[in-house]
Design a protein around this ligand. Structure first.
Ligand code: SAM
Length: 285
């Protein structure tokens, strides 16, 4: 194909990833809805609920039990105000807005802030445009920065309470390097949380899902965004991404502890929609 997608993941240069996301930036949110039949919204809502981001300023001084089941801020008593959340590969801010809405609504928290970091200026521009009409930018609770997940040079070590990455990590050229950076920037007790496409765990369902993704998604990409190749790339990048247990081991290899329970299962991850997507978590000891 135009992007040489048949090559192994290691050969996929960051420039190509940038090219894909520059191309899809303006149609990204619409395409997400079409490709996932709107289900990505439910996954993101569930992801954010499971993280329970934000602090109740009144309860903040009270110690809590486990960083995997409660707000990560609770394990960082030195945090003066709210949480410092880093949403990596945050694109147009879909997850960032949800986390701030949740913190405000559920915890009455107006101090938690999110930095959306992304390698692609066009995706960030779409996010900034979206943020312009929200109260969060004005209150300095939401900012957008251009950064590569593999070299977060502007983020100090042990400065982040919660690191989120949604539908981004499979595009990274060097995933272990990005996990090492996540570990470096998180405070002790801080939480790494990833929402990503994964492996479907039922054979018949997998057959139907593969047919849908390999044939329908590139066609929808062509019709709606006029860009078949980029959407073909997105489908193939899902195929190349490691399965749930392998990715959990990679998180562990970066030094994280896997929470005993994420959702209904142990092993540091929770399947969504039969494994189409999956939430992985790790805690920095
Ligand atoms: N998190 C957003 C969401 O869930 O809607 C956006 C996900 S979008 C599929 C993937 C994003 O990853 C793109 O915005 C892309 O620019 C970004 N990305 C890819 N490689 C990256 C890297 N090495 N560092 C930072 N961002 C990267």
């Amino acid at each position: 194909t135009h992007f040489g997608f048949e090559t192994v993941a290691e050969n996929l240069k960051q420039g190509k990833v940038a090219e894909v996301f520059s191309s899809v930036a303006s149609s990204y949110d619409t395409m997400n809805d079409l490709m996932s039949l709107g289900i990505h919204r439910l996954w993101k809502d569930h992801f954010v609920r499971s993280l329970d981001p934000g602090i109740n300023p009144i309860l903040f001084s009270a110690p809590t039990s486990s960083p995997s089941t409660s707000s990560p801020a609770a394990s960082s008593p030195s945090t003066p105000q709210g949480l410092n959340i880093l949403d990596i590969a945050g694109g147009t801010g879909d997850v960032a807005f949800r986390m701030l809405d949740y913190a405000s609504r559920i915890h009455n928290d107006s101090t938690t802030r999110v930095t959306v970091a992304d390698i692609n200026p066009e995706m960030l521009a779409a996010g900034r445009k979206r943020a312009a009409s929200s109260p969060y930018s004005r209150a300095n609770r939401l900012s957008f920065v251009e950064a590569n997940a593999e070299t977060l040079t502007t983020v100090p070590s042990s400065s982040v309470d919660l690191y989120t990455v949604a539908f981004g990590i499979r595009n990274f050229t060097n995933i272990p390097k990005a996990l090492d950076e996540a570990y470096r920037v998180l405070k002790p007790g801080g939480v790494f949380a990833c929402l990503e496409f994964s492996k479907v765990n039922n054979e018949a369902f997998n057959w139907a899902y593969k047919r849908w993704s390999f044939s329908a998604i590139p066609i929808i990409g062509q019709l709606v965004a006029g860009d078949r190749d980029s959407y073909q790339y997105l489908v193939e990048s899902i195929e190349r991404f490691p399965d749930q247990a392998t990715f959990a081991r990679m998180i562990q290899n970066a030094g994280f502890e896997l929470p005993a329970k994420v959702g209904e299962l142990g092993g540091g991850y929770e399947d969504l929609s039969g494994g189409i997507a999956c939430i992985h978590k790790g805690v920095k000891p």
